[in-house]
Design a protein around this ligand. Sequence first.
Ligand SMILES: [Zn+2]
Length: 83
Amino acid sequence: MLSIDCPHCGPRAQSEFAYDRTLDAIVPLAMPPAEAMRALYTRANPRGWSDELWHHRFGCRAWLVVRRHTVTHAIESVIGYAP
Ligand SMILES: [Zn+2]
């Protein structure tokens, strides 16, 4: 199990958080539908560092950007998400 260091609450178990998506899968409402479909369903899924949106659902309820390695699950940083 991962330990995620929430900037508001400190280190907490992964079970308190919900993974949402990678940051490149966030599409604005004004994006043309074909471009949004491409961004959501045909994006790359490379091994390595990934910036992901997580929700601290059983804690402070903040949205966080977690930089996580997709192979080792090492977490490099956790910061608040500001859209
Ligand atoms: Zn928190």
